[in-house]
Design a binder for this molecule. Sequence first.
Ligand SMILES: [Zn+2]
Length: 318
Amino acid sequence: MKKLLRILAAALAPLFLLNGCQAVASDTSTLQSRKAVSSPAVSQSSSLQTATADKQNASVWFFDVGQGDSELVRLPDGKNVLIDAGTAESGSHLVKLLKGMNISKLDIVIATHPHADHIGGMQKVIQNFKIGSYYMPRIANKDVPTSHLYTSLLKTIQKKKVSVSEAKAGITILKGSGEQIQLMAPLPVAHEGLNNYSAVAMVTIGQKKFLFTGDAEKESENDMLKSKADLHADVLKCGHHGSKTSTTTAFLKAVSPSAAIISCGRGNDYGFPAMQTLSHLKNDNVKIYRTDEQKTICAHTDGKTITFETGLTSATAS
Ligand SMILES: [Zn+2]
C-alpha cells in the first residue's frame, strides 16, 4: 500500500501553475463544427465528412485548456484515452466537453507528470467518469509533491478504486487490431525536476503515429534517443508547451513529424512557445498548430491520412 501511495502521490501535485483563463464555453455542439484545415501530410475534407467518418475512424483531440495540456484519443472501437487533464481552472469545463462527446468511460488515463497544468483537472475527471486504467510515472521520494490538493485527489482515486499502474518506457498499454499505445519514457535515468519524469506515449493508428511528450525536456529526449526506440511519428505534441528546453534538433530529426502541436495559453507568462522551437519546426517544414491561437484542435485519421480541424470549443473562455 505504501508503494501504491507513493505512485499515487506522483500524480497529485499542488496546483501552483495558474492561467489567465477562467470559465468555459458551455455549448459543446461546436465540437463537430468549424473549419477543416488540411495538413501537408494529408487530404482535405469537410468537418461534416470527418465527423461522420469518425464513427469508424479515430480522432485525436488537443484541448485548449489555457496554459496546460490535455489530449484525448478516440479509437474506432469506441475506447477513449485521456492524456493529462489541464489545469484546476479548466477541469470542470473539460468534464463538460467530454460529457458533451457522450463519453462516460475513459478506458485509459495517462497523467504524464504531477504538475498542476497537467493534472489540475484530474480530480474532477476521476469524479465524473469511469476510469479503466490510470498510468503515472514513479517519482523519487524527494520529488513527490505533497499538498492538501494532492491528498484530496489521492482520496478520490482510492475511493473510486481506480486501478493505478506505473508509466515507464518499454511498456505497451494498449494493443488492438491496428491500434497500439506504447510508452517511450520515462527511462530509468535520474534528472532534475518533474518534467523529465513525463510519460511519453506513442499512439499508433493504422499507419499513422502520434507522439505525446508531456513536458519531457532535452534530457528525457536524449534518453529516448539513446534507447534506440523508433521515435518516428506523423504528429508530435511538442514537449513542455513549446519551451526551448524541449524539441531539440536531434529529437525532431528522429521523430520527423509532418505536423506539430503546441499546447499553451494565450499570452502566457512563460513566453511559450519559444522562438527557437518554432524555428526548429519551420526549418524542418513541420506544419505548426497552436492551442493558444487555434483553440482546440482535432486530428481525424483513418489510419492512412490525417486531417486537422481547428477553432473548436475550448475548455476555457478567455
Ligand atoms: Zn506543463
